[in-house]
Design a binder for this molecule. Structure first.
Ligand SMILES: NC(=O)C1=CN([C@@H]2O[C@H](COP(=O)(O)OP(=O)(O)OC[C@H]3O[C@@H](n4cnc5c(N)ncnc54)[C@H](OP(=O)(O)O)[C@@H]3O)[C@@H](O)[C@H]2O)C=CC1
Ligand SMILES: CC(=O)C(=O)O
Ligand SMILES: [Mg+2]
Length: 583
C-alpha cells in the first residue's frame, strides 16, 4: 500500500477522543486511518505513554491544573485516560472527584474549555425528546443534576456539570461501564446563586431557580424522554437540594436511584457494619447523633435502621437510636417549626421540654457511641466534641462525611489525636494516613464510589425495571464482605480502593441477586448462573481500556492480515496487535 494514504477505502471521520492519533498506533494502522505522518514517528508502548502522562501531571502545581490536564487527556485519548486512571486510582480519584471537583465546579465558568455531556434548559421543555437525539451514542446510564446542592458548596447552577462528568468517569473506571454508554446531564433550571447569575462568564440561564412544581413538570417530561430514547437506561440523580420528591415519584416506574440518599446510605452502612463489629459494643447498645438532617443524613440513617432490623431490633427500637441536629438544633416534634417531611420519621418526642443548647451538651445527654457529620459545617467536630466521644467510648465511631475536605466536620489527624488513636473513622473526602503510637493508622473513606458503580452495573446487566431498596441494601452488605484478610487484620472499615474493580464485581453480583429476588430483572437467563459463573459474566461485560479496538474493528484486522500475511487479529501475538490493543 502507498506509504501515506488510505488504501481503497472510503474517507473516515477521524476522532481524537478514540485514539486515532494515538502514538501507539502502528504504521499499518496509521495508514489505514489516514493519520500516517500526522503523529510523531515513534510507536510507543502504553507504559511510555503513561509515564509521559504522569510526568505532565507532576508538572502541574495546583490540583485544579491537574484536573484540567486530566479533562484534556480524556478528551484526546479516552482509553489512555482510563488506563492511567485505573492504574493510579487512589492518587487520581481526589483530582477527578471530591475534593478537587468541588473547586472545579465553583470555577467551572472560568475554566471551561470543551463540551462534555448535555445541558437541558427550562426553555427546552416540550422538545426534550428531540434534543436527546443530538447525543451521538447509545446510553446505558446517565447521571443528572440540577446543580442546586453541589457537594457542600450550595447552588452552583450549570457549574454543577463537573459532578455528573466526574461520577460517570468513576462508573467507567470502577465498574467498567463503557465510556460511550455514559451521559452526563445538567439541568439548567435557573439558579438561586445571584453572584453566578451576574457573572459575565456564567454559562447557564440567568434566571432564578424555577419552582418545585415547575421542576417536577420538567422532570416528568425528561424521565419519559430518556426512557423513550433508551428503554433500558439507568438514571442516577445527584446533588439535588431536595431529592425526596423525585425519588418518591420515579423509583417504582423507572430504573432510577439517588446516590446522595441511597448510595451514601449504602456506602456508610457498608463501613458501619465493620465499625460496629470492631467497636465491641452490641448492636442494641449503640446510639447515634447526626449533625445534619438533610438528604444524605437521613439516607444514611434509614439504611442503618435496615441494618439494625436485620440484627434483631424492631423498627421502633432502631428508629429511636438516632438524634438529629439541623440548623435549628435538635430535630424534635415539639420544636415549634414545621419540619421538612424527611425529618419527621426521626424527630424525637422525648425531649421533655429541654432546649437544644449545643452539640457538646447533647453528647453529654445522649451519651452516643456514634457521631456522624453530614452538615456541610467544616470543623464542627471540635477538640472538645471529639474528647467527649473518646471519654464515653473505647472505640468511638466518628464519621465526618461532609464534602469537600474544607467542609469535613474534622480531619483524620484531629480525630486520632483527640481520641488517642482509638476512633473508628471514615470521612467523605480523603485524608492522609498518619502514625500514632508507632503504628500507621489509615483513615476509612466512606466514598460512594465503593457502591454506585456496582449498583449501576448491576441494574444495567440485570436489565432491572427499577432499583429496589433490597438492591441498595445488597450493595452495602456486599461491600462489607469485600475486605480481604489483610484489610480485616489491619482494622480497615473499607477495602483498599486500588482493588475497586474486584470490589465492584462483588457489589454488582449482590445487586443482581437482589434484583432477581425482587423479580425486577429482565435478563432472566442470569438467574440460572452460579455465583462464580455470574462473576465471570460480569467481568466479561466490563469495559477494559487495555483491550480496545472497536474503533478499528474487523476491517483493519483483515487489512493488516492481508498486508502482513499474518493472522492480524488484534489479540494476536505480533507487534501489530500490540499497537491495536493500545489504541
Ligand atoms: N459519602 C459521602 O461522602 C457523601 C457526603 N455528602 C455530603 O454531606 C453533606 C450534606 O449533604 P446533604 O444532606 O445532601 O445536604 P443538605 O443540604 O440536604 O443537608 C445539610 C444539613 O445540614 C444541616 N445544617 C446546616 N448548617 C448546620 C449547622 N450549623 N448545624 C447543624 N446542622 C446544620 C442542614 O440543616 P437544615 O435542614 O435546617 O437546613 C441540613 O439538615 C454535603 O457536604 C455532602 O457533600 C453527601 C453525599 C455523600
Ligand atoms: C459524594 C457526594 O455525592 C456528595 O458529597 O454529594
Ligand atoms: Mg452528591
Amino acid at each position: 500500500m502507498p506509504a501515506a494514504t488510505r488504501p481503497n477505502l472510503p474517507p473516515r471521520q477521524l476522532s481524537t477522543t478514540s485514539g486515532d492519533y494515538c502514538s501507539s498506533n502502528t504504521p499499518e494502522i496509521r495508514k489505514y486511518l489516514g493519520t500516517y505522518g500526522l503523529t510523531p514517528p515513534a510507536v510507543e508502548s502504553f507504559e511510555v505513554q503513561s509515564q509521559r502522562c504522569l510526568r505532565l501531571l507532576a508538572m502541574k502545581t495546583t490540583p485544579i491544573e491537574k484536573f484540567q490536564y486530566l479533562v484534556h487527556l480524556k478528551a484526546t485519548n479516552v482509553h489512555l485516560f482510563y488506563r492511567v486512571l485505573g492504574e493510579n486510582i487512589k492518587e487520581l480519584t481526589p483530582l477527578i472527584y471530591t475534593p478537587t471537583v468541588g473547586e472545579a465546579c465553583v470555577r467551572w465558568h472560568e475554566i471551561w474549555t470543551q463540551p462534555e455531556g448535555m445541558y437541558l434548559s427550562w426553555s427546552d421543555r416540550g422538545h426534550l425528546r428531540q434534543i436527546l437525539d443530538n447525543w451521538p451514542h447509545d446510553v446505558d446510564i446517565t447521571v443528572l443534576t440540577d446543580g442546586s446542592r453541589i457537594l457542600g458548596l450550595g447552588d452552583l447552577g450549570v457549574n454543577g456539570m463537573g459532578i455528573p462528568v466526574g461520577k460517570l468517569a468513576l462508573y467507567t473506571a470502577c465498574a467498567g461501564i463503557r465510556p460511550d454508554g455514559t451521559l452526563p446531564l445538567c439541568l439548567d433550571l435557573g439558579t438561586s446563586n445571584k453572584a453566578l447569575r451576574e457573572d459575565p462568564l456564567y454559562m447557564g440561564s440567568r434566571t432564578p431557580k424555577v419552582t418545585a412544581e415547575q421542576e417536577k413538570e420538567f422532570l416528568d417530561e425528561l424521565m419519559a424522554a430518556l426512557t423513550d430514547k433508551w428503554p433500558s437506561i439507568v438514571i442516577q440523580f445527584e446533588d439535588f437540594k431536595n431529592p425526596f420528591p423525585a425519588i418518591e415519584r420515579y423509583q417504582n416506574n423507572y430504573t432510577m436511584f439517588n446516590d446522595d440518599v441511597q448510595g451514601t446510605g449504602a456506602v456508610i452502612v457498608g463501613g458501619f457494619i465493620n465499625a460496629i463489629k470492631a467497636s465491641g459494643v452490641p448492636v442494641k447498645d449503640h446510639k447515634a447523633i447526626f449533625l445534619g438532617a438533610g438528604s444524605a443524613g437521613v439516607g444514611v440513617a434509614k439504611q442503618i435502621v435496615e441494618f439494625f432490623k436485620k440484627e434483631g431490633l424492631t423498627e421502633e427500637e432502631a428508629r429511636r437510636k438516632f438524634w438529629f441536629v439541623d440548623s435549628n438544633g435538635l430535630v424534635t416534634q415539639d420544636r415549634g417549626d414545621k419540619l421538612a417531611e424527611h425529618k419527621v420519621y426521626f424527630a424525637r418526642d422525648d425531649n421533655n421540654g429541654r432546649q437544644y443548647q449545643s452539640l457538646g451538651r447533647l453528647i453529654d445527654y445522649v451519651q452516643p457511641t456514634i457521631l456522624m457529620g453530614l452538615s456541610t459545617i467544616g470543623g464542627a467536630f471540635t477538640k472538645d466534641i471529639l474528647q467527649k466521644m473518646a471519654k464515653l467510648n473505647d472505640r468511638p465511631i466518628v464519621f465526618p462525611l461532609s464534602n469537600p475536605s474544607s467542609k469535613s466536620e474534622c480531619t483524620f489527624e484531629e480525630a486520632v489525636i483527640n481520641t488517642e488513636g482509638r476512633c473508628l473513622f471514615a470521612s467523605g473526602s480523603p485524608f492522609p494516613a498518619m502514625e500514632w503510637d508507632g503504628k500507621l493508622l489509615t483513615p476509612g473513606q466512606g466514598n460512594n464510589m465503593y457502591v454506585f458503580p456496582g449498583i449501576g452495573l448491576g441494574a444495567i446487566i440485570s436489565k432491572a425495571v427499577s432499583v429496589t431498596q433490597d438492591m441498595i441494601y445488597a450493595s452495602a452488605e456486599s461491600l462489607s464482605t469485600s475486605l480481604n484478610k489483610q484489610e480485616v487484620a489491619d482494622g480497615w472499615l473499607y477495602p483498599d480502593i486500588r482493588r475497586i474493580r474486584e470490589v465492584s464485581v462483588v457489589v454488582t453480583r449482590g445487586v443482581i441477586r437482589a434484583a432477581q429476588k425482587n423479580g425486577v430483572d429482565r435478563a432472566i437467563e442470569l438467574r440460572e448462573l452460579s455465583d462464580a459463573q455470574l462473576d465471570s459474566y460480569i467481568k466479561e461485560r466490563m469495559y477494559d481500556p487495555y483491550n480496545e479496538r472497536e474503533n478499528i474493528g474487523d476491517e483493519v484486522n483483515q487489512l493488516i492480515a492481508t498486508a502482513s500475511g499474518m493472522n492480524g487479529h488484534a489479540n494476536g501475538v505480533n507487534g501489530i496487535s500490540a499497537g491495536v490493543a493500545h489504541l
